[in-house]
Design a protein around this ligand. Structure first.
Ligand SMILES: Nc1nc2c(c(=O)[nH]1)N[C@H]1C(S)=C(S)[C@@H](COP(=O)(O)OP(=O)(O)OC[C@H]3O[C@@H](n4cnc5c(N)ncnc54)[C@H](O)[C@@H]3O)O[C@H]1N2
Ligand code: MOO
Length: 387
């Protein structure tokens, strides 16, 4: 679609693709991925009766005689540690702080409650957290450390997760230098050191990075290169119409379909989403650093949410604390800071398309509609993946 508005562009990006297939990965690798199938308990939790305290497994009322014999008959006891299996015949566990040992005799100290230990006290009964086969985590859940620990205790060594999308980066520009302070006419590469980590925070793996001159043949070859196995190519620069900008011409020559051909927003308006004839997607980000970030936040975030099996990332809202002018047919993406608890958004300074200072200082990005905003009016807000 040619130049959709900001919210239509996000929806087009989400609808451009589908969830990737499932893959079985080691438990530790599943962090941050979405579960592809419901996770069930492979054993009851806990799977045996265990002690919740260091102390004594006792049978019957006090006092008790200390023994190694099993099963425990009434009037007998033996030491036990937290987590150990409860010996047969045990009626309760007496915590060590409340135990008085005299020779081979054990009694309850004066610090204990009069009825201590109650039957079953400090005994973790089997299956109190989950029964064997019980569903513990729903398919589609984004896996956190807590989920992985639960899966491990439920007996899982691997998990079925939605495979991470592989992304090939194609960074273009004769003038772009990879390190140091560039001379006039050249610019330091703002993307190479940053995009892999940003894409990783969105669930993707960077499968390759190439730096290209502004050369259509090189760009064509890079877009046709399938060696990295990437489902998505993310390019930077060359989205414009100058003699040094080749992305549109090369995409057209390759027979790509432009799913999003520019977005009615600033910065980031020239962003492109295209599908190559073999099905791979190309996200073309403008060269201006802030514009490229807005392209990722607008098109890349919904696209990768879909590929990683997630829901559509609904925008939050934020209230403007100052008037923000609008412009017909354009959404202004405004990096903002919150002025205090419950207070509204104030635009950061230094937020030109080629600047990064404003975004670096921002709490979020406000989407100012064409009609503009008055103080107290609400607008869509894009969350920053790194906050
Ligand atoms: N006549 C017009 N000129 C421009 C228009 C327009 O509508 N008419 N649109 C402007 C807008 S908006 C944007 S955004 C840019 C889009 O530029 P391109 O995607 O074609 O990117 P380049 O021309 O290659 O570079 C633009 C700018 O970005 C710098 N750049 C490129 N790569 C990097 C990098 N890796 N790290 C840091 N900076 C980078 C590049 O040096 C340029 O300064 O076009 C406007 N022009
Ligand atoms: O995308 Mo451009 O200014 O709007 O940088």
């Amino acid at each position: 679609m040619r130049r959709p508005d900001w919210s239509s562009a996000r929806r087009l990006a989400f609808d451009a693709t589908a969830s990737l297939p499932a893959a079985e990965v080691a438990l530790a690798e599943a962090i941050g991925q979405r579960l592809a199938a419901p996770l069930v308990a492979l054993c009851a939790l806990p799977h045996y009766a265990s002690s919740a305290m260091d102390g004594w497994a006792v049978a019957g009322p006090p006092p008790w005689r200390i023994t190694d014999d099993l099963p425990l008959a009434p009037g007998l006891c033996r030491p036990i540690v937290t987590g150990a299996a409860i010996p047969t015949g045990t009626t309760a566990v007496l915590r060590s702080e409340h135990a008085a040992v005299l020779g081979d005799r054990l009694d309850v100290t004066g610090d204990a409650r009069p009825d201590e230990p109650r039957p079953g006290e400090h005994v973790r009964q089997p299956a109190t957290e989950a029964a064997l086969g019980e569903r513990l985590i729903d398919a589609g859940t984004l896996l956190t450390p807590a989920h992985l620990a639960l899966a491990a205790s439920a007996g899982h060594d691997t998990l079925s997760v939605v495979r991470r999308p592989r992304v090939a980066l194609v960074l273009t520009g004769d003038e772009v230098v990879p390190s140091g302070i560039p001379p006039a006419g050249r610019v330091r590469d703002s993307f190479g050191p940053v995009l892999p980590a940003l894409l990783a925070s969105l669930g993707a793996i960077t499968a390759g990075v190439v730096h290209l001159r502004d050369d259509p043949a090189a760009l064509r070859a890079a877009l046709l290169d399938t060696a990295s196995g990437a489902e998505l190519l993310v390019s930077t620069g060359g989205t414009g119409d100058s003699s040094a900008d080749h992305l549109r011409a090369v995409l057209s020559e390759l027979g790509a379909v432009l799913l999003v051909d520019g977005v009615r927003m600033r910065p980031g308006g020239p962003s492109i989403l295209a599908r190559l004839p073999d099905g791979r997607l190309v996200l073309g980000l403008p060269g201006n650093p802030l514009a490229a970030m807005m392209g990722i936040l607008t098109l890349g975030v919904p696209l990768l949410a879909r590929m990683t099996g997630g829901p559509f990332p609904e925008a939050a809202t934020v209230t403007a604390a100052e008037p923000l002018p609008g412009r017909a047919d354009t959404s202004f993406l405004v990096p903002y800071r919150l002025t205090g608890a419950g207070a509204g958004a104030v635009a950061t300074d230094h937020r030109g398309a080629a600047m990064m200072r404003g975004l670096a200082a921002a709490d979020g990005v406000l989407v100012c509609p064409p009609s503009g905003l008055e103080p107290g009016q609400a607008a869509a807000s894009i969350g920053l993946p790194w906050r």
